[in-house]
Ligand binder design. Structure first.
Ligand SMILES: [Zn+2]
Length: 322
């Protein structure tokens, strides 16, 4: 006999891997499956199909599938830009939800991966119970999502949350998007590595350099975090500079959305203990009228790398939007 309340299946297409999860009726992760991510959309459909097949154990299922994709995913399930896929060259969006639906022979609900993660952290993670919060994923780049007045914001086209490309310095470093000085050129995981290397070249990271045999190319975020935890002042200074740049963006987002809290996710959420203090200080420093208002709480994501796939599964929950 089938359970009366079906399980939910979601697939998160990341930059390096495709992660699928099965959520039980009470939203516990029951099973996971992983495949390397493809670089063309056609191959990606096969990859998603293989993940779903593994999750379902070959049973002839027809339950809907939720899929989170990086890039600009519109409200009709069309993909306008995808940073990890080879550019097919045309200017027409890819009808991704329809193509996946054909490939999987069932209904497919598609959304941006960070929007999926926002939904999961809201319903099951660090944002539970909040009516207003902003998820910021600090990974190689920066993405995120907004819960505003008790609903996940999507915007006119579904493109809410591309925080990494907010301009903070039009004369700043070149960004992958073609502009200069986007927030993610200062405050992403990649930017932290750049800050570290610049500091090492100035001679401010001798302790960190000693730990990597003097090889500047091996100084990255992880080495800095380790050194800061050991009490290395040079490493702490670089992390403070990094927190300063994160604070610039969080202050701007506070002015825009008035959140009760930020939920910080992505690879850098693991550095909570060394980042939280400086981050809260810089946010307070940059925030409009910070002495006369509540300053948003800074939390760290609870669901880790599962958030995107869990949120994709939640897209298919009975009663959610179509
Ligand atoms: Zn950019």
């Amino acid at each position: 006999l089938r359970d009366l309340v079906p399980t939910l299946i979601g697939v998160d297409v990341g930059g390096t891997k495709c992660l699928g999860v099965v959520l039980s009726a009470d939203h516990e992760v029951q099973a996971t499956a992983r495949r390397p991510t493809a670089t063309s959309f056609d191959d990606l459909s096969d990859t998603v199909a293989a993940v779903v097949e593994e999750l379902e154990g070959g049973a002839a299922e027809q339950s809907p599938i939720g899929v989170g994709l990086p890039g600009l995913v519109d409200r009709d399930g069309r993909l306008h830009a995808a940073p990890h896929l080879d550019d097919p060259g045309g200017h027409e969006p890819i009808a991704a939800a329809a193509a996946l639906s054909d490939r999987l022979n069932r209904r497919v609900l598609l959304d941006n991966d960070a929007t999926c993660a926002t939904l999961a952290e809201w319903q099951l993670g660090a944002g539970r119970g909040l009516n207003n919060f902003v998820l910021v994923t600090l990974g190689t780049g920066i993405g995120g999502g907004v819960v505003s007045d008790g609903a996940v914001m999507r915007g006119e086209h579904g493109f809410v949350g591309e925080f990494g490309h907010m301009l903070v310095d039009p004369d700043g470093p070149a960004c992958s998007c073609g502009n200069r000085g986007c927030w993610e050129t200062f405050a992403s995981g990649r930017a932290l590595g750049d800050l570290a290397r610049a500091a090492a070249e100035r001679g401010g990271l001798d302790g960190v350099l000693a730990a990597v045999g003097g090889d500047l190319d091996r100084v990255g975020g992880e080495q800095l975090e380790d050194a800061a935890r050991r009490g290395d002042a040079g490493a702490a200074a670089v992390l403070d500079e990094f927190a300063h740049w994160i604070g610039v963006g969080l202050a701007a987002l506070t002015n825009a959305f008035d959140p009760a809290a930020f939920v910080l996710g992505g690879g850098l959420a693991g550095t909570a203990d060394v980042l939280a203090g400086p981050l809260e200080r810089w946010l307070r420093e940059f925030l409009y009228s910070s002495r006369r208002r509540p300053v948003p709480e800074v939390r760290f994501a609870a669901l880790g790398p599962m958030a995107g796939a869990m949120g994709a599964a939640l897209l298919t929950a009975p009663g959610r939007r179509s």
